[in-house]
Design a protein around this ligand. Structure first.
Ligand code: PMP
Length: 354
């Protein structure tokens, strides 16, 4: 009767909606509007199902080797998981175990506090300044670890590498995780600092820049020691996280650098054009280095714009949370999708601003 009092209770993370209706213009979960590299389709179409009879490769060598070669690392410096959510969750479980509070921003990826709660890790949020920038002094105090998204989500704001390095250097008794989910869209990666700091773990994903959100591939890069500890925890939890098809498809994506660059350039060009249009319509926003724009309108509340867009089959993301309730996070879609968004906003704002 009393079993319920011993349940591990947690308030789960709320992911963006995935509507069944294919006509929705879906700008709410930062997916890439273009297909994955053609080599990925080739792998899937020609996949030999006989392979599925056996468990997948424990070392996930095809994917780990492709990623380590791509980033100029040893294979012992790469850890692969089921999306970066899986990699981040395993990293929280492995590295944040001191009893001291871990530190992250008050406005950042809203999964960090959920994992901290789930794993009973104490945490302290550090306030971003009025431009949504981190203040490095906030991370110069005793802590049980640090996690920073760079560029940050949902703000899109990038922290300079030199600032991150100061934070990493000042915290060598704790693990610093840099979540680079959006780094390919114009940010600067911390990967170059891995050989200098054995407490730095850099996490990236195939979900955004590689158009593979549905495949679920994420990875971490760090010192061989960090990756070793991460694997110990992972193999104590679930040995076979990545299936054989995913491992092969991921490797095929990494193999096509030209397609990757071309795809990124398209998204970035659309983002820059969308920034100009949104500014013209009275929106303000920081200089996003991601595949989304976090924007507030000068006169019309975000909640109202959100509902009007939704009623017209255009989905963006809105959080009713302190400091960001007047912002919309708008993912970058195709040029046609963004044209339809802008056309709707133009006509809508004209009527409500009168
Ligand atoms: N980090 C950040 C900052 C994100 O926005 C997301 C996407 N929701 C993730 C990690 C997780 O992405 P995935 O699990 O698809 O790799």
């Amino acid at each position: 009767m009393n079993w319920e009092k011993n349940v591990r209770k947690v308030v789960p993370y709320v992911a963006g909606e995935q509507p069944k209706d294919q006509n929705v213009i879906k700008l709410n979960t930062n997916e890439n509007p273009y297909p994955p590299a053609p080599g990925v389709a080739n792998i899937i179409q020609n996949f030999d199902c006989e392979v599925l009879r056996k468990y997948p490769d424990l070392d996930m060598s095809a994917l780990v080797d492709a990623l380590s070669a791509y980033h100029g690392l040893d294979s012992g410096q790469v850890f692969v998981g089921v999306g970066s959510d899986d990699v981040l969750a395993m990293s929280f479980l492995t590295f944040f175990n001191s009893g001291q509070p871990i530190l992250f921003s008050d406005i950042t990826y809203s999964f960090y506090d959920v994992w901290a709660d789930l794993f009973r890790i104490p945490y302290q949020c550090q306030a971003l300044d009025e431009h949504f920038c981190i203040q490095k002094e906030d991370y110069m105090k005793p802590n049980g670890g640090i996690v920073l998204a760079n560029p940050n989500a949902p703000t899109g704001v990038m922290t300079e590498l030199s600032v991150l390095e100061e934070i990493i250097a000042a915290n060598q008794d704790a693990v610093v995780i840099v979540d680079e989910a959006y780094v390919d869209f114009g940010g600067r990666s911390c990967v170059s600092l891995i050989d200098k700091y054995d407490n730095l773990l850099v996490v990236q994903t195939f979900s955004k820049s590689r158009s593979l959100a549905g495949m679920r591939i994420g990875y971490a890069m760090g010192s061989p020691k960090l990756i070793h500890y991460l694997n110990d925890v992972k193999f104590s939890f679930n040995s076979y996280t990545m299936n054989a098809l995913t491992i092969a498809a991921g490797a095929a994506s990494v193999a096509d650098e030209a397609y990757f660059r071309q795809n990124l350039a398209k998204v970035i060009a659309t983002r820059e054009r969308t920034k100009k249009e949104l500014a013209r319509l009275g929106f303000t926003f920081g200089d996003s280095m991601t595949n989304f724009i976090f924007a507030a309108h000068k006169t019309v509340p975000a909640q109202e714009i959100f509902e009007a867009l939704r009623a017209n089959q255009i989905y963006v993301r809105h959080w009713n949370k302190p400091r960001i309730a007047n912002y919309l996070r708008i993912s970058i879609g195709t040029d046609e999708e963004m044209d339809r968004l802008i056309a709707f906003l133009e006509q809508y704002l004209e009527t409500v601003e009168k």
